[in-house]
Design a protein around this ligand. Structure first.
Ligand SMILES: [Mg+2]
Length: 224
């Protein structure tokens, strides 16, 4: 089966900012832009949530790498294809830097599958976060050519034991921001600090928390 779609676009940090080694994993719909039950099907449907670009800019000014991890089942449903996805993401990036020049995304990973495809990348499975963690921290991934901007990776990941304790993260500051249980589950499975935001507000709601190094994030139990 095909793998997730990876847009690998690592960017320089703002002047004077040192990389802190952590990754901010961000859900897309309902966190960065307004989510819709009928999906975001074209660039014109994108509505950026107020304050989102500034928070992404803040994360980069703090030295975080930024990685969007998004489930987009319309692709496997046959509603539209990767080229449409890339147009949507191009517009998203344009809108973000328009509001805040530091609001850049180092990586966007998209799971194209439906529930029934039983993939390891559709959240709450952590495949996209594990992949982003490997690529952004420069551990070589089989078949990945970093000169290519867009790749599909057919990756198999370890099955998650949802009944065990939350694992330790690669970096203590790694975080996952999302509006759904599936986002929290994927973040939990890689040990990230979890921040749940209401879809009506988005990422702005947790700005002060995510930039606080002492905030360990929301409690989440994946089996409840
Ligand atoms: Mg969402």
């Amino acid at each position: 089966m095909r793998g997730p779609i990876v847009e690998f676009t690592p960017a320089d940090f703002p002047e004077g900012v040192n990389e802190n080694g952590a990754i901010a994993f961000l859900d897309r719909d309902g966190v960065l832009n307004l989510g819709k039950s009928t999906y975001i099907n074209s660039p014109d449907e994108l509505e950026i949530l107020p304050g989102a670009p500034e928070v992404v800019g803040d994360l980069r000014r703090l030295g975080f790498r930024t990685c969007i991890v998004t489930n987009q089942s319309p692709i496997m449903r046959g509603l539209w294809d990767e080229s449409q996805l890339l147009l949507i993401h191009q517009k998203l990036r344009e809108l973000f830097v328009k509001y805040d020049e530091d609001a850049l995304f180092d990586m966007i990973i998209t799971c194209p599958h439906r529930n029934r495809d039983n993939c390891s990348c559709r959240k709450p499975n952590p495949g996209m976060l594990q992949l982003g963690s490997k690529l952004l921290r420069m551990q070589p991934v089989k078949k990945f050519d970093s000169k290519q901007k867009i790749v599909e990776i057919d990756s198999k990941f370890e099955a998650v034991n949802w009944w065990k304790e939350k694992v330790s993260p690669v970096n203590e500051l790694d975080l996952m921001i999302g509006d759904r249980n599936s986002d929290m589950g994927a973040g939990w499975a890689v040990g990230a600090r979890l921040f749940r935001v209401p879809q009506s507000i988005g990422i702005k709601n947790v700005r002060n928390r995510i930039i606080d190094e002492n905030d360990k994030g929301d409690y989440f139990n994946p089996i409840r």
